[in-house]
Design a protein around this ligand. Structure first.
Ligand code: F6P
Length: 514
């Protein structure tokens, strides 16, 4: 950590602590606080206009803390790092690569934006060809991928295709055959195509599942199974070598990381489920957040402001987890998506320079959907001994056509939880005492359409980047996942012994050691 960064942390640590109630103070102060910490990001125009309110007023950020976090961001070189991100410089230093997911949305280095647009045109042609019957009748798509090659598509398909799915999409990630069998049961092989999504096209789970899907097609009367496969990959040669015809290989650049790849051809199942125009809307919403993040300085930059709160709670208040509750059934997979984005990106213990970090890095991201979670885990949030900053996400427009009471009750519960966490209640006994002063943030979307989903995800990508920039870590590598993979390969190869405990487990499961 540089001396300048250390000095900023020392100043931040010296702040006295005010409760949320004290921070809201008088009505005038409260109004000013809400104006300062609750702001909108907007996109589109005319009928396609949308936005989301990012309300961080129920956090412990105040004017002084924000100013000191701005100084920390400056000292940590945030602006230069952000410029390098959008310029397509090799900021993923450990892997010698740029991180160009924003170019997929049309914001980034010109040549990369042009390359992404050309690849998108190719993807659009294939999507439209499938819809027009070029591969015969297609009623089902089994999308096979894992991690970043599955979580984004699963989230977007689930969020956007509930009203009208042009094609019924099943995302299968787990090597556990139970997952693939469930997809087989739900699909008619004669009208099913398979997307094999893998940046590397080597991941054992994905390649094993893909082989089993081909076998299932063949065993169920499909004469040319591999002719039903579309490959989504940054390793097109491997896909062709595996047998996929070049016309059905949709490449994306190496500079797009797995957990940042939804915007590339990895989004193919989304476009298949909801149509190209909706996919393009998702890119548009994300691009609006890209421009906001690129062009806005200081705490007016909303992902950066969110990262200030993240750093405050993780480093200054010792919070080990952050919870995210979507008060929207369509965002049920959002916490899963965020877990990979935040924990695989920032769950590190050394800086980009290879030096041990000076404090905690990514907290554990967890969460669920409201109101369900209220009846399961909120007890701990309100009265447990852990301080857990909470994010609420909701949409003003309902996602259903039922009695408006449904959506009204959903939203009132969402807002009630934030208020209850903050103000607490003395109660009439220790068991009924709510200490309050528990922070939350609320992202309130106008509507949950494709553009909004794109904006929401991009907001969190940039929040993750801003956190990494302040901590000095590289958010774009993931070496922590490698050791377990290597061990699994050694076990799979047979003939190796491990520690006594592992050997005993292998023996108990009947897995040969020699
Ligand atoms: O094991 C982690 C990981 O490398 C993720 O980062 C990635 O999203 C996932 O595996 C899948 O990798 P691939 O897309 O290359 O199959």
């Amino acid at each position: 950590m540089s001396d300048a960064v250390a000095a900023c942390w020392a100043k931040l640590e010296s702040h006295g602590r005010k409760t949320l109630i004290e921070l809201f103070g008088t009505d005038d102060q409260a109004g000013e606080r809400v104006r300062m910490l609750s702001n909108r990001i907007e996109w589109g125009d005319g009928d396609m206009r949308g936005g989301m309110l990012c309300d961080w007023s129920k956090t412990h950020l105040d004017r002084e803390l924000v100013a000191d976090f701005e100084a920390l961001a400056d000292a940590a070189g945030f602006s230069a790092k952000r410029a390098a991100l959008f310029a397509g410089e090799k900021i993923n230093t450990t892997e010698g690569r740029a991180a160009e997911h924003t170019a997929q949305r049309g914001v980034g280095k010109e040549s990369s934006v042009e390359e992404a647009a050309a690849l998108h045109r190719r993807m659009q042609m294939l999507v439209e060809a499938v819809h027009e019957g070029a591969l015969g009748q297609v009623n089902h798509l089994i999308h096979i991928g894992i991690g970043g090659s599955a979580l984004g598509p699963a989230l977007a398909v689930d969020a956007l295709s509930r009203d009208l799915a042009l094609v019924d999409v099943h995302v299968v990630s787990n090597i556990d055959g139970v997952a693939l069998e469930a997809a087989f049961k739900a699909c008619d092989p004669a009208t099913t195509i398979v997307a094999v999504a893998s940046k590397t096209f080597t991941t054992i789970e994905t390649m094993t599942n893909a082989a089993s899907a081909l076998k299932w097609l063949a065993e169920n009367g499909v004469s040319d199974p591999v002719g039903r496969v579309v490959a989504l990959t940054a390793n097109p040669e491997a896909a062709v070598a595996w047998g996929v015809d070049e016309t059905r290989v949709l490449p994306f650049p190496e500079t797009v990381g797995g957990r940042y790849s939804l915007w590339s051809s990895i989004g193919f199942p989304v476009a298949i489920a909801v149509g190209w125009d909706e996919f393009a809307q998702m890119l548009m919403g994300a691009a609006a957040v890209d421009r906001h993040f690129r062009d806005t300085d200081g705490a007016e930059n909303l992902p950066l402001r969110a990262a200030f709160a993240d750093q405050y709670y993780t480093r200054l208040r010792g919070c080990q987890t952050r919870a995210v509750f979507a008060y929207d059934e369509r965002l049920g997979l959002f916490p899963d998506y965020l877990q990979q984005l935040e924990m695989e990106s920032n769950g590190k213990r050394v800086t980009a320079d290879g030096v041990a970090v000076s404090g905690p890095t990514a907290p554990i991201t967890w969460g669920g959907v409201g109101t369900d979670a209220q009846h399961a885990v909120f007890q701990l949030l309100h009265q447990g001994t852990h301080l857990i900053p909470v994010d609420f996400i909701a949409s003003i427009a309902p996602g259903d056509d039922l009695d408006p009471a449904h959506h009204r009750i959903l939203l009132t519960n969402c807002f009630a939880q934030g208020a209850a966490l903050m103000v607490g209640d003395p109660g009439d006994s220790p068991a009924r005492n709510f200490p309050g002063d528990r922070p939350s943030a609320t992202i309130l979307c106008d509507d949950l359409d494709a553009a909004t989903l794109g904006a929401l995800i991009a907001f969190h990508e940039h929040r993750t980047f801003a956190n990494a920039a302040m901590m000095g870590i590289n958010p774009f590598d993931q070496f922590g996942v490698e050791l377990g993979k290597q061990m699994a390969k050694r076990i799979e190869a047979g003939g190796n012994t491990f520690d006594a405990s592992t050997d005993a487990l292998l023996a108990a499961a009947g897995l040969s050691l020699v």
